[in-house]
Design a binder for this molecule. Sequence first.
Ligand SMILES: *Cc1c(COP(=O)(O)O)cnc(C)c1O
Length: 455
Amino acid sequence: MRPDEFRRYGHEVVDWIADYLAGAREYPVFSRVSPGEIAGSLPASAPEQGEPMDVILEDFRRLILPGVTHWNHPRFLAYFAVTGSGPGILGEMLSAALNVNGMLWRTSPAVTELEQVTLGWLRQWLDLPEEFFGIIHDTASTSTLHAVAAAREAADPEARTRGGTGRLILYCSEQAHSSVERAVITLGIGRQNLRKIPVDDCFRLRPEALSAAVEEDLRSGARPFCVTATAGTTSTTSIDPVAEIAAIAEQYRLWLHVDGAYAGTAAVVPEFRHVLAGARRADSVVVNPHKWMFTPIDCSALYTRRPEVMRRAFSLVPEYLQGAEAPNLMEYGVPLGRRFRALKLWFVMRHYGREGVARILRNHVALAQEFAGWVRADERFEIAAPHPLSVVCFRLRASEQDNRRLLETVNSSGVAFLSNTVLHGRFTLRLAIGHMETSREDLGQVWDCVRTAAG
Ligand SMILES: *Cc1c(COP(=O)(O)O)cnc(C)c1O
């Protein structure tokens, strides 16, 4: 592509992005295509001859956009809603332009150093201890996989060489994210060696049940090695009693990993700092700036107080990659190549500042509390779980089928996109606020839509 062409289409694309972000509300939230429709509209093979950029961009608008579910829509309220903010998008664009690979310090010193600096800043915002070392991964699932691998390295350093032997046991609550179970599968620890500890009425891990399970495993000759606490579970945003879990982890010498993928960033707000209380005693902590801190996907921050163990778990340095100037981040995990993800995080943190981030998160929580109030005031509905942050679980006081139908009606209306979960065995609707443009009016519109659909 010639420089003048790049300039012309670059301007066109940026204009399109600006219009899209300003007008995201005009799109139906939920893509209405049926399975296979997008694939069926595209040629079976790639072109032999290159095609003009005008045509490619036109096909993007005509063929691809209809298959997009708009996470940028302020009434996208499913899963964990997110914001890919303007400064974050600009950082992402520059990162693509530089196209550097930060595998070693010397392959682009700014990648390694800015990653250490931005994660240091974020660590301060979250009030985590100074000795925590941070590294950026693509997702929380990858971060947790690395935390569990480090936990195994700490418990069984021989596993690296001869493969795992002995029954290592990992604990988490029955509300923990599936990424914990996936880590156990991936690392060959085995699902039968994962203990899902029961939760209390508020969906928090029960510490006494954890102690009892550890004792029982010790009696049977197994080796407890790791516990994962969740600060903000995926279903209800319940917060495990991390301080009590930390005390148990210390007593039995378990690696404590805290999964704060969504809710961890709430600790930026002084009155929500308690979300990460206890995490200061953890061996590792994950938070996702791409979930609730306006950074485009993907950006997950993994912190550990034992970076030397993390490094020991993964380090393999062939001759052609020697270079000892500074930390070489490829030694701390699975991937060799590393994108310049810190750039977009740096843009976001500087553009909003801590107070700006706190103001937006505080507003999300206030909106969720207001929505919960509306639900409570309508006797046809009930609140299904405590809602300390920006997620509200609620349901119609009616059959599962009626609730499923309600969700389907709301989502197919194009007005909003909500998701669902199962709590105490019952189908539950779930509304999650995470887009910075979501307004009180948006939520009013959603609530009208829900009430109308309820009949
Ligand atoms: C979303 C979520 C994850 C997974 O996040 P990814 O970055 O998509 O892998 C893990 N844990 C919790 C608690 C989550 O809410």
